[in-house]
Ligand binder design. Structure first.
Ligand code: BES
Ligand code: ZN
Length: 614
């Protein structure tokens, strides 16, 4: 095979590499080496690993539990035990096919991040392990919402969030991206509710929904949502799920979805998952979007009414290649998922809306990166991380996204777009339904694009900060925005600003500095009405500046925003701005009202930020 050529020569170029290809059984969708072991999972795939999970669960909205069984089909390498990851689950019994009845199991000591190992006694003949269990209302992956917390306010709602290591809090499983599995499921829900998953719905009757995911995926992509949902098709292979009252707005916002899929395929090859739907969730969803296969989960805060925030959908769609086909082998390699996806997302945006538009996105990204580089300890600014003993969440910063993007863009600029595109296409094809480490990426790119050997990729990957060969982005559009902002003569500017896009407005607000006095805030707000913006990105950027400047007219809208929206990307800068400007009691006051509405992902971060012990 081509991939093994010159392996030794390449390995000497790498930091800490020891023959990654041989030790890493990528042909079997799974890592086998202990050296590459995922430090966030108890599982040992080399002895026994899951190849398929069948879930049979009942959703009880009164008790806030999912209960039933997870049946694992396993590949058994003459093992006498198999280890699963669990967190906060009630395991009642385990049955194996060869015993035909209950077998012994133990649940290990709980680690604050990893949860507990579930060790099941098996024999070399075991091929199926059934785990009977129920979740607790406190399951970290699952958020149970009351009708009041939804758009329609008529029915309860549930959604799960698996990435990075939360799937184990609703399914006992080998919860590592280093092992890919197929899955099927049977989910019973209360009357009048619909269940959807990151899989094909194969039947729906009498409140029982059956699903099948035929392509191998990592466990963090297993996802479930239940609610009063409508569906509307947007094209041959795309559509949107939303609560009835949200449907019209969602449908209009995502009008270009099919065109996005076409653009993505034209860039990097066929879409591998047949269908691409988006579900718009209630506002407590802690992320902007989550790339669950066949069904992106999305925050309603991207429904701006003018399609201006749909590059987020381009991002989640791009994950259908980067992340969902070619997957990071461990959370230390997270940049492989997100850096490639940001690059891909901006190429889709460029194809659809032009270069000026995608360059504005890139420059906003560079601003985020600059702030992150200033905020994080140096060791967390390397692309390849070392998260042993820490939460994978610690690695989920703009470093993976934006430093990753800028490294790939640097390569593109140096080798030329044509060569780089053909490299990426081959990369996705080669690692399709597999996973890879950063070291495997380096071996691969050194071989496929030898010119990259002189581009300091190792500095980008293993050293903190930003290497000198980082591309510089200039946006004429943003230069004009700077001029308007600096002139402070807003009354004369509507003729100039009337054609501004959301991204120009964001640049305008982000650039506000301490030279702005309260009168400047007042006059800008009177003219542009930022405080009441229905565009969540603009509102959030304005609120942050308002907090720092103590511009009180924005506080009421700020509080309403924080109580309604649970998207962590907005919450962190807003609560942090309050803390940093002596408004901690204001922050705590709002948080007390808002916290019941947030998902674990967000409360976990905000509790730490506000030093609250729950
Ligand atoms: N996969 C991520 C979300 C994620 C990351 C969940 C880490 C859990 C752990 C998703 O693709 C993402 O990056 N979402 C971004 C939007 C994007 C446009 C940068 C978000 O939620 O803001
Ligand atoms: Zn992403």
């Amino acid at each position: 095979m081509k991939k093994i050529i010159n392996l030794l020569a390449f390995c000497t170029l790498l930091v800490g590499c020891t023959n990654q290809y041989e030790s890493n059984n990528i042909e079997n969708n799974q890592m086998e080496s202990n050296e590459n072991k995922d430090v966030h999972s108890y599982a040992d795939f080399s002895r026994a690993n899951t190849t398929h999970i069948f879930l049979d669960l009942v959703a009880d909205f009164d008790k806030k539990t999912l209960s039933g069984m997870a049946a694992h089909t396993i590949k058994n390498n003459k093992a006498t035990e198999i280890i699963f990851d669990t967190k906060d689950l009630n395991i009642t019994k385990v049955v194996t096919n060869d015993k035909g009845g209950e077998v012994e199991f133990t649940i290990g000591k709980e680690d604050e991040f990893k949860g507990s190992a579930l060790t099941v006694a098996i024999t070399p003949n075991t091929t199926r392990v059934e785990i009977y269990y129920s979740t607790n209302p406190s399951s970290e992956a699952v958020q149970w919402l009351s009708p009041q917390q939804t758009a329609d306010k008529t029915h309860p709602f549930l959604f799960t969030q698996g990435e990075a290591i939360l799937t184990r809090s609703w399914i006992p499983n080998q919860d590592s991206p280093g092992n890919k599995i197929t899955y099927s499921a049977k989910i019973k829900v209360p009357d009048s509710l619909t269940a959807v998953m990151s899989a094909n719905t194969i039947s729906a009757k009498n409140g029982v929904f059956e699903f099948e995911m035929k392509q191998p995926i990592p466990s963090y992509l297993i996802a479930l949502a239940i609610g009063k949902l409508d569906y509307k098709s947007l094209g041959d292979r795309s559509g949107v799920y939303a609560e009835p009252s949200m449907m019209k707005a969602c449908y209009e916002e995502f009008e270009e979805l099919e065109a996005m899929i076409d653009a993505a395929e034209k860039l990097y090859g066929p879409y591998a998952w047949e269908q691409y739907d988006v579900i718009v969730l209630p506002p407590s969803f802690p992320f902007g979007g989550m790339e669950n296969p066949r069904l992106t989960f999305a925050t309603p805060t991207i429904i701006a009414g003018d399609k201006s925030l749909t590059s987020l959908i381009a991002h989640e769609l791009a994950h259908s290649w980067s992340g969902n086909l070619a997957t990071n082998a461990t959370w230390d390699d997270f940049w492989l998922n997100e850096g490639f996806t940001v690059y891909f997302e901006r190429r889709i945006a460029e194809a659809l809306y032009g270069r000026d538009y995608s360059e504005m996105l890139a420059l906003l990204g560079f601003q985020d990166l600059t702030h992150t580089l200033a905020d994080l300890p140096a060791e967390d600014t390397r692309l390849k991380l070392d998260l042993e003993g820490r939460s994978p969440d610690d690695g989920m910063s703009d470093i993976a996204y934006e430093k990753g993007y800028f490294m790939l863009r640097m390569i593109e600029e140096k080798v030329g777009r044509e060569k780089f595109d053909s490299f990426l296409k081959t990369y996705f094809e080669y690692f399709k339904f597999k996973n890879l480490t950063t070291e495997e990426f380096l071996v691969y790119i050194n071989e496929e694009l030898p010119a990259t050997q002189n581009m300091n990729l190792k500095d980008w990957i293993y050293k903190p900060g930003l290497p000198e060969n980082c591309p510089v982005i200039i946006s004429d559009k943003f230069t004009k925005v700077d001029e308007v902002r600096e002139s402070k003569k807003f009354v004369q500017t509507p003729a100039v600003t009337k054609d501004w896009t959301t991204h120009e407005w964001l640049h305008f607000i982000r650039g506000i500095d301490t030279s702005w006095k309260l009168v400047d805030y007042t006059s800008a707000d009177e003219l542009f009405d930022f405080t009441n913006s229905t565009n969540s990105e603009i509102a959030a950027a304005w609120f942050e500046k308002s907090i720092r400047a103590s511009y009180q007219p924005a506080y009421e809208a700020l509080e309403a925003f924080l109580i309604k929206v649970g998207r962590r990307k907005f919450l962190t800068p807003l609560y942090r701005a309050m803390i940093e400007t002596n408004k901690k009691s204001m922050a705590k006051n709002i948080y007390q009202k808002a916290r019941p509405n947030y998902h674990f992902v967000s409360t976990n971060t905000m509790d730490a930020l506000l030093e609250i012990n729950q």
